[in-house]
Design a protein around this ligand. Structure first.
Ligand code: LRH
Ligand code: MN
Length: 397
């Protein structure tokens, strides 16, 4: 046991850290220009739970799997029994329930913001089904990402669409069970390229507040224009007690869904700092739900997921090393360089030896990525699933 002064801070932080992983992170995904399929990819819910169980076996901090309704419960409530069986067999619990209102032809001009009352009613019915699935599985969150928008100025009334969304979200909120949280995720563009109905944190905040007290905002790292100060948005949402969840990933340009910390780890550190300070140090707010939302188009999917969880742990542990009291004194005294060195100094710390120690203290492999390689798990599933996943690449048109 090291006598590293940071040991207790890091151990305390890690004891309270868990992050949800997305079922779709294990599946063959791509871009509009193509999909490079992998032999080891998960093609069904059983394989997604199996891969999630492997990640949790190696890291110990991913007890829940985010489910996307159309992809993971195509028969809706009729699939609950199967999910419960998988929870039993794998020890991984169903996490946030993600409705899908962006795939079906009916939603070409929108779902809850569509001018057609029939289409809006269909969309609301899917949202309420998703709430019922969440209740049946005991999931804490129903996580809404609404892709609605338009591609050309003048083609849709942005004003009238606001009212339609407010109605739909109020109906969905009314269906929630006590304690169930409805997360409203915003995104500035894609798939819509002129306006997106829920484009930024202000719109998501207003809509969630309008819907009711169990509605909160979900921040996805990749859903911001270049140069946006995401940790400032996080500070505001914490101040307003409106931050319900986080989708972590990374990006160089747009919603690239790259692995967390691969492009700008310092940004994730700054975000974790705001959350750790408010929720743990001050204990003033409920910890938001941490989730990974990535698509692994080129990296091995289980490998990328383990790497992402380890990276999230490392960056969270670094954020816990900031001496908040000292920092506040330096900030309020406007001793800029000293404050920056106290803040950034924590980011420079190599916390990996302490993480290894923490894992061993929990009976976990000290180096999850090495343990994955040594386990032969990926080779095994490639063998089992290869034939089914054969087919290489798909084309855009
Ligand atoms: C939209 C999004 C949303 C998910 C989807 C897979 O870009 O971030 O959270 O439903 O990715
Ligand atoms: Mn997301």
């Amino acid at each position: 046991m090291s006598n590293d002064p940071n040991r207790s801070r890091v151990f305390d932080a890690l004891d309270k850290f868990a992050i949800e992983i997305p079922s779709w992170g294990f599946a063959n995904t791509g871009t509009r220009f193509g999909k490079f399929t992998q032999a080891a990819a998960a093609a069904c819910i059983e394989e997604k739970f199996a891969d999630a169980a492997e990640v949790n076996r190696l890291t110990g901090v991913t007890p829940t799997l985010a489910l996307h309704v159309l992809w993971d419960l195509p028969r809706g409530l009729a699939d609950i029994g199967k999910i419960k069986e998988l929870e039993e067999n794998t020890g991984v619990r169903a996490g946030s329930i993600n409705p899908n209102l962006f795939q079906e032809a009916d939603y070409k001009f929108g779902s809850i913001a569509n001018p057609s009352p029939e289409v809006r009613a269909k969309a609301v019915a899917h949202l309420i089904d998703s709430v019922e699935i969440g209740k049946a599985l005991g999931s804490a969150e129903v996580s809404l990402w609404i892709a609605d928008g338009s591609n050309y100025p003048g083609t849709q009334s942005m004003r009238r669409r606001i009212g339609w969304m407010q109605e739909a979200l109020a109906q969905t909120h009314a269906a929630l069970a006590p304690g169930q949280i409805m997360l409203v995720e915003y995104k500035p563009f894609e798939p819509a390229f002129y306006h997106t109905d829920i484009a930024d944190w202000g719109m998501a905040l207003e809509l969630s507040r309008g819907a009711g007290p169990q509605a909160k905002v979900l921040v996805d790292t990749g859903h911001h224009y270049q140069g946006t100060n995401i940790e400032q948005i996080v500070a505001w949402l914490l101040e307003l007690n409106a931050l319900g969840g986080f989708h972590f990933n990374d990006r160089k340009y747009a919603d690239d869904d790259l692995t967390i910390g691969s492009i700008d780890p310092y940004q994730v550190f700054r975000i974790f700092h705001e959350i750790h300070f408010e929720c743990i140090v001050r204990g003033a707010k409920k910890m938001p739900a941490f989730m990974i939302d990535q698509s692994h188009n080129l990296k091995g999917k289980v490998e990328a997921m383990v790497q992402s969880v380890v990276t999230a742990q490392e960056l969270y542990a670094k954020a816990a090393l900031v001496d908040q009291q000292k920092l506040a004194e330096l900030q309020d005294a406007c001793r800029l360089v000293e404050a920056e060195e106290e803040f950034r100094g924590a980011f420079w710390q190599d916390v990996r030896p302490l993480l290894r120690e923490w894992r061993v203290s929990k009976g976990l492999p000290p180096d999850p990525m090495a343990a994955l390689r040594e386990s032969g798990y990926v080779e095994k599933i490639s063998e089992e699933r290869g034939a089914k996943n054969a087919g290489g690449a798909s084309s855009y048109a």
